[in-house]
Structure formats: structure tokens, C-alpha cells
Design a protein around this ligand. Sequence first.
Ligand code: NDP
Ligand code: 8X3
Length: 329
Amino acid sequence: MCNAGPFSFGKKTCRSSEKYIIFAFWICGVLAQLVERLVRNEKVRSSSLLGSTIQNPSTAGFILKFSLNNKWVLITGASSGFGAAAARAFGGEGAKLLLGARRVGRLKKVAAEAKKSGAAEAHFHELDVSKTASVETFMAWAKKKIGNRKSAVGNLHVLINNAGGAHGLDSVADGKDADWETTFQTNVLGILRVTRAALPLLPHDAGASIINIGSVAGRSAYAGASAYCAAKAGELAITRVLRHELFGTGIRVGTVDPGLAETEFSNVRFKGDKKKASEVYADMNPLTAEDIAEILVWVASRPPHVNIDEILVKPVDQAETGKVYRRGK
Ligand code: NDP
Ligand code: 8X3
């Protein structure tokens, strides 16, 4: 017999077969400890870790990440800006995409880009979030795509309520009804309609997420943005209400609130006036659509027990809504 100990066998030398047996026992012990530690982590951290992957075993413990590979991700307003960049970014994670917006030609292009970046599937369908009938038709289509998984609950893991924007920069005194109405129809009622229709598709206790796109405008005021500030404050309120209403379901709810980002946003706000739109970002470094897409992927891929409630993200050159540092040329 030789002395115990994994590698040092004491004074006596073991025969090589005994060494192998002891080494095998030692390896089994280490593996058992690792598995036990992982199981303990899962029990503590989450009621269900379906879809989680062990990303990085380290001395600090296991870092768990919710894998987006082959998960269904629905993005509204996917034809440009944040939505299009998010489609490419979630595609890069191997997700299965359901993309909606009014410009179907643009969606087709975005879906092809997302496939190229690695999406397991990328489907698109016309969607106008300002119309209940359109939202319901879109969600019926989405349900069909996701397919019957022989389960009462759905299989949609990520809903991104991104469609929206600002219309005009008039003071209240000069405000136009059409601008105000469109702003509320898309940024506020759009989120409510899409979320109501999508909720039956979101599985409970399985790491599903609803991520709404808010804005710095929902947290502070600037002249000319009364309806937009009110609408994005409404988005923030809806997100917080959903957090209460979905409490206990395991469905995560959060908002990502960007500052100035160069997309088609200002072009839409100024109704196609490209000069006015480009002045918004002149001589400063705005956020990009990709910056936001990366954050969306990060939020959705946290372990299922982690809810990122609210993220406020601004360019370094923007301290407040109206306070922008212009660098000069
Ligand atoms: P874009 O104008 O590039 O994208 C807006 C997207 O929303 C488009 O895909 C558009 O698609 C879609 N959309 C607009 N109205 C509707 C509708 N009625 N039904 C369906 N889709 C609609 O701008 P951003 O990417 O910047 O904007 C995305 C979101 O981010 C918006 O909610 C915006 O308020 C918000 N935001 C933007 C910031 C910025 O500085 N850029 C900062 C903070 C928040 P289509 O026209 O094809 O329907
Ligand atoms: C868009 C950002 O500052 O133009 O929501 O309102 S801002």
C-alpha cells in the first residue's frame, strides 16, 4: 500500500497501476465537487436555468450566461437604426429572429444581413405598431413561425419594443396634433399593444425578457420635445408597471434609455430635412446603433435570475439632453 495524496505518494512508492487508480479517484472527487458547486449555484440563483450555459468556470465561481443560440427574438422597428443593428447582433448570437416594421423592403435586407452574421433563422413581416389589427396579424404570424411546441406556454424568449421616434420639434404653442398623435401611437400605445399580444408567447421561468427602448428624453426635459418627453416618460412608466405585473412569472422586464445616437431618428423628426438632421450630431461623437445593439444583447443574455431594470446610456459628449459638447473640426 502507498500513502494517500494525489501526486505525492509518501515514502513508499506505489506500483504504477495503484497510482492510476488513485489518480482516477482523485479526478472523480474533483469533478464531483465541481458538479456539486454548479448545482448549488443553479438552485440558489434561479428557479429554472433552461437555456443557460456555463460560460466561464473561474476561481470566483461559475459565471452563467443565458444562451441566445436558437432562441426566438422579436424586434419591432427592425428596418433601421437600433432595431436593424439589434437584428444583426442577436443574429451573431445564433438567435432566430422575427422582425417587424412598415418598410418591408428594408426588413428583407436586414434579415439577410442578420442571417449572414449567424442568425439561425431570420423572418420578417409588415408591422404598424400604431394599429391594433396590424399588431394582431403580426403576432399571429409570429406564433405560427415559432410553431406549436406541444406546450401551453410560448417559446418567445426576447421581445424588443423598439419601434418609435419623435415627430417635429415644435413648442407646445406651435405643436401639431398629427405629430403628437403619432408620437403617442408608436412610443406608448405601440408598446402596450405589442406586449399584450406577445405575452402569451413568453415562457415563464425560462429566462425570457421584455426590453423596451426609452430615452434620456423620458428622464429630463428639453424645449420642443413635449410629446416625445411625455411619451418616453410613459414608456418608462409602462416598463415599471410591467415589472410589477409580471412579478413571479420569471419574465424579465427592463428599459434601455439612450441619449443622442446617429440613426434615422433625426431625419424622421425633421421630416426628411437632412441638413437639420445632421446638425444634431455635428462636431460631437454620438452613440451608434451598434452601441445600443450590444447593450441589448448583454441585457438579454444575463443569467435568468438577473433582471437589468434600467440602463441610461449617453455619449460622453452629452451630459444632459440639451448639453452637448461640440468638438469643432
Ligand atoms: P430609426 O428612425 O432609425 O428607427 C425607427 C424604427 O421604428 C424604424 O425601424 C421604423 O420602421 C420603426 N417604426 C416607426 N414607426 C413605426 C410604426 N408605426 N410601426 C412599426 N415600426 C415603426 O431611429 P432609432 O433606431 O434611433 O429609433 C429606435 C427607437 O429608439 C425609437 O423608439 C426612438 O425613440 C428610440 N431612441 C432613439 C434615440 C436616438 O438618438 N436615435 C435615442 C433614444 C431613444 P418603419 O419606418 O419601417 O416602420
Ligand atoms: C432621442 C434622444 O436627446 O434626441 O431619444 O431626445 S434625444
